[in-house]
Design a protein around this ligand. Structure first.
Ligand code: NAD
Length: 253
């Protein structure tokens, strides 16, 4: 077990990549804070599964696009488990909206959740990490943050922001054993992108298969968990400000 008795808060972990990371961290011995927004039943089911397997977990409702709720969430988790060792900033929303249809409301929604919430979650935990002697942050970016795609400028801006925010936080907090890194997933089959996987998306799926060296169009959420365990473990103590691209090879060309 690589994360024995570490307390991990994974935002947006009632489904998708966050759920997979939370379940994998539990298998690695971590105590899990599941954060959810709208789906208490799914969050409770994950908690029950972890507890049934001998682990420890609790669900916490919070809208992590709102600073006050982020601050309350991290404080509640510290109060419940006594500490937070690992923060996975994972909650995200992805809209395919072309430039001229990107309204201020869409821009704010994408940036508030995918970037602002990440920063304020870290900021809220820094005093705690100063007290306990360090912490780990894993920010979930995207290949839309290391490269660009059409029809999602706000999402690309937010995820690109996450990559450089990760570096900026590492630059400032590294001396305090606060270890900040990022994972940039490629296409992963989750509810987030169901709208680009269903009927009518044959061209896109064909393109993904053709242009991905492994021929894989959509990975599984579990494919993200190896990098997430590594970055949360002591093995990554000298890795700071890095973004690990896990994309089945999409960006090698
Ligand atoms: P998903 O839609 O399956 O899960 C997103 C999670 O975020 C859900 O649990 C949802 O409830 C939660 N969430 C949404 N808004 C929230 C809010 N305001 N407060 C708290 N929680 C909120 O998506 P996913 O594919 O698992 O995405 C997880 C992360 O991975 C996101 O940051 C996403 O941008 C990133 N990502 C996904 C892909 C992909 O192909 N699926 C690729 C690259 C990056």
């Amino acid at each position: 077990m690589r994360l024995k008795d570490k307390v991990a808060l994974v935002t947006g972990s009632s489904m998708g990549i966050g759920e997979a990371i939370a379940r994998r961290y539990a298998k690695e011995g971590a105590i899990i804070a599941i954060n959810y927004l709208k789906n208490p039943d799914k969050a409770d089911k994950i908690v029950k599964d972890i507890v049934a397997a001998g682990g420890k977990a609790q669900a916490f409702k919070a809208d992590v696009s709102k600073v006050a709720e982020v601050e309350k969430l991290t404080a509640d988790v510290v109060k419940t488990f006594g500490r937070v060792d690992i923060l996975v900033n994972n909650a995200g929303v992805f809209r395919t909206v072309p430039v001229m249809e990107t309204t201020e409301a869409i821009w704010d929604e994408q940036l508030d959740l995918n970037l602002k919430g990440y920063f304020f979650a870290v900021r809220s935990l820094v005093p705690h990490w100063r007290q306990i002697g360090g912490g780990k942050v894993i920010n979930i970016s995207s290949i839309a943050g290391t490269g660009a795609f059409p029809n999602c400028p706000a999402y690309c801006a937010a995820k690109g922001g996450v990559v450089n925010l990760t570096k900026a936080l590492a630059a400032e907090l590294g001396k305090e054993k606060i270890n900040v890194n990022s994972i940039a997933p490629g296409n992963v089959a989750t509810p987030l992108n169901a709208h680009v996987r269903g009927p009518g998306n044959d061209e896109y799926i064909k393109m993904m298969k053709l242009f991905t060296p492994t021929g894989i169009d959509f990975m599984d959420p579990e494919d993200m968990t190896g990098a997430a365990v590594f970055l949360a473990s002591d093995d990554a103590r000298m890795v700071h400000g890095e973004t690990i691209i896990v994309d089945a090879g999409w960006s090698v060309w």
